[in-house]
Write a protein that binds this ligand. Structure first.
Ligand code: HEC
Length: 202
């Protein structure tokens, strides 16, 4: 092969390479131009109990569904009552009337009972106990309850502060993994009181 031919091949290679770099750069630019409101493509992972456990840890389910106790460095979840919801023996009195002002809601020290403009809500027992937990729930009920924000998937609206508007964006695989994990954890017999939605006018 003569030097001239070799050079020509090299030139073609460089041109093709530059083409790829150009396309890649355009891709990056497009990514930068998209606004944060654009839909984020979720990463789909296979359904597994381990993934469910990981998601429960990072999405803060313990913050409200595991009762908090005071520890040496402040309130911490009591993992001996993991995900069992508002403790049945902690009967909450009528919430005090708040004065007019920027404070609009109240929470129990356990972070499992909440009173606000929506009424009174208690974090439910997410353990697989048959009578007091989600033992009788089907996967469909669980997924629908978080997707639609309806009690057990079809009844009254799920009240704040349950962050279902954020969680509804999880993939099917995420929600099914969480459900599989919740079904695998130790069951705890704890009957959480019924929520009392605020009277709505009209
Ligand atoms: C900021 C507090 C908070 C966090 C965080 C939270 N929850 Fe809840 N959750 C609640 C409250 C309060 C209720 C009760 C709402 C009601 O009775 O309407 C509830 C209710 C539920 C229900 C029952 C809905 C129904 O059909 O009645 C499910 C299921 C649930 N939570 C699952 C989860 C899971 C799974 C996570 C984590 C991914 C989570 N929650 C994180 C506060 C929270």
């Amino acid at each position: 092969m003569s030097l001239a031919v070799e050079n020509r091949f090299f030139l073609v290679f460089v041109v093709v390479l530059l083409g790829f770099v150009g396309i890649a750069a355009m891709g990056c630019q497009a990514a930068h131009e998209s606004s944060p409101e654009d839909t984020i493509e979720p990463v789909v992972s296979p359904v597994s109990v381990e993934r469910g456990e990981y998601l429960v840890q990072i999405t803060g389910c313990h913050d409200c569904h595991t009762p908090f106790v005071m520890g040496p460095s402040g309130p911490e979840p009591d993992m001996s009552r993991m995900l069992s919801g508002h403790p049945q023996d902690l009967v909450m009195p009528q919430p005090p009337e708040l004065p007019e002002g920027p404070w609009v809601w109240l929470g129990a020290g356990t972070n499992t009972a909440f009173a606000g403009p929506w009424g009174l809500s208690y974090a439910i027992n997410l353990t697989p106990h048959q009578n007091t937990g989600i033992g009788i729930w089907t996967e469909e009920m669980f997924v629908d309850s978080i997707r639609k924000g309806r009690h057990m998937g079809h009844a009254r609206p799920v009240l704040p502060p349950m962050p279902w508007p954020a969680y509804q964006n999880m993939t099917d695989e995420d929600l099914e993994s969480i459900f599989a994990y919740l079904k695998s954890i130790p069951e705890i017999d704890n009957r959480v009181p019924e929520a009392i939605p605020a009277e709505t006018e009209g």
